[in-house]
Design a protein. Sequence first.
Length: 289
Amino acid sequence: MSKAIIVGINGSAGSNAALAWALERAGRDKLPVTVVHAVDDRWMSPDFQYHEIIRESGMELLRDAEEAARQQAPEVPVDIQLRHGSGGSVLRDVSKDAAMIVVGGHDKHWMGGGPMTDRALQVVSASECPVAVVPAKPAAGAKGVVVGVDGSEESLQAVAFAAAEADRGGDELTVVLAFKSPARWVEKQLPTSGLAESIVEEDRIVLAESVAGLGDKYPDLVVHQRLETNTEPAKALVDIAAGARELVIGSRGRGGFSRTVLGSTAHAVLLNVPCPTIVTRVHKVKHGD
């Protein structure tokens, strides 16, 4: 049997959107869907009076999702699972045998003056398969696939994934490389160095190399190369993908939960997902220490 698309739900608008998006994809790709809800009861005594109430509440949430799925996509096989543990660890474990993990977008909460992230960031960091993060209100009429590159092996994997996605959906592909230009005071300390010009020229080459061969593999695919020379990569990707059907980014995926493991650009994008955003995990890439 084909690997399932796993959807993590918690009753939020984001998880409802994630389920709808996953069902549409599963119908297209002829894949089953498994809907998972995690009950984090690690600190509860089995005798605690609310233990069974919380478990039953989770099952009710799953049954409602199952019914909604059957109404939206009756042709898609749907299974429901109640798991125990934190949402991040549960979805990390099920990712080992999944075609893709799908979760709702980041919900911002404020405490002590800073945003607290939800489990989506943990899931993306540790998953062993691609993860899609879906905003609560995907834009209507969105089109095109956007992918970010930086010359790394991860970004080349992301381009390959994004090209296949765009070709399958009849979309155009926009490949983006963005960087922040050196501060003016740095340039002033290096008169006649041509530092900024050198960086731009090198990145033009990286961008061109990132799309090399796509025309041969996908002759009907329209590919746009976009170089942003004075914009932080995350901001460029969020802005350019605002009207896109899908954004694809690569990540190292070393199996941990930290921001540095995920990568600062991917981390920043996932705090402001502009459209359904897929973080690829095509295969492991070894990095030197």
